[in-house]
Design a protein around this ligand. Structure first.
Ligand SMILES: N[C@@H](CCC(=O)N[C@@H](CS)C(=O)NCC(=O)O)C(=O)O
Length: 258
């Protein structure tokens, strides 16, 4: 039996959303807002992009069964999250559209048509790796051969274009890939290197060491990985309204926040 902490909103659905504010030193633009469940899932890459860019933002976390999401859902443009807003856009849905918007706003989409094409290619490819879901969950129970073979092709993309894989100038493609590689590492430490993907492991580690990403990963703002994302046995038995975090509970920041 795996060690995990199961958390849900109030059983009667009266729990409200939690908002964590991030105000990095030196950022003066109005805060963006990102709404998602108390999960990494499709909310993680937009958060990572905002963190990397050093942007002011409010991260609003809804419980899947709570009164706040049930009240919010009818007003959501497409009826689902993530939902993003800033001074340019209101009620922006679709995680890829949100990521591209944040990328354009903060200069993370590459310079010039050739670079932008390479960045987009990596962005899309890293969300479509066989046996992964949108770059945030791995189907470990399957034969991972196809996955390894596709990741080998992604490693070749980093070699082929100077527009991607440059840790000094990270793009939405690079950070999308990082979220995926970090999921592999947190789910099965050492798996990349032992499967002939040492260059991707080196890239993952280098991105993890950049100041804003390292600060985010070590922060109380980051939601722990769930047993479902980690592919641990037992995740199918967790109620759809609850979250089973693999390595401990949510940080105290979630208790203290509004
Ligand atoms: N294609 C959409 C999918 C969004 C989506 O499925 N969101 C789910 C959570 S991952 C959701 O909000 N479900 C809640 C609901 O439908 O009430 C995207 O990429 O943003």
């Amino acid at each position: 039996m795996s060690k995990h902490t199961t958390i849900s909103g109030n059983a009667d659905g009266t729990s409200t959303s939690v908002t964590l504010q991030h105000r990095p030193q030196g950022a003066d633009a109005p805060a963006a807002t990102l709404e998602y469940f108390v999960l990494r899932g499709l909310g993680e890459l937009p958060r990572v992009l905002l963190e990397h860019a050093g942007a002011n933002y409010d991260s609003v976390f809804h419980w899947s069964n709570d009164v706040s999401w049930r009240a919010r859902r009818p007003t959501a443009a497409l009826g689902y999250m993530p939902i993003y807003a800033d001074e340019d856009v209101q009620e922006l849905a679709e995680s890829a559209a949100i990521c591209r918007h944040i990328g354009r706003k903060h200069g993370l989409c590459g310079e010039g048509l050739a670079a932008q094409a390479a960045v987009d290619q990596l962005f899309e490819a890293s969300r479509c790796v066989p046996l992964t879901s949108g770059g945030w969950r791995v189907e470990w129970q399957e034969d991972m051969g196809r996955c390894v073979s596709f990741l080998t092709k992604i490693a070749a993309l980093l070699e082929a274009s100077p527009a991607v894989g440059n840790v000094a100038e990270l793009t939405i493609g690079d950070l999308s890939l990082w979220v995926l590689l970090q999921t592999f590492e947190e789910a099965r430490a050492g798996w990349l290197a032992t499967n002939g993907l040492a260059s991707l492991e080196a890239f993952r580690a280098a991105v993890s060491a950049t100041p804003n990403i390292a600060a985010y990963v070590g922060s109380e703002r980051r939601v722990p990985i769930t047993i479902k994302e980690k592919g641990e046995p037992g995740w199918q038995d967790v109620k759809p309204t609850a979250y089973a975090f693999a390595d401990g509970a949510l940080s105290a920041a979630f208790d203290d926040a509004a």
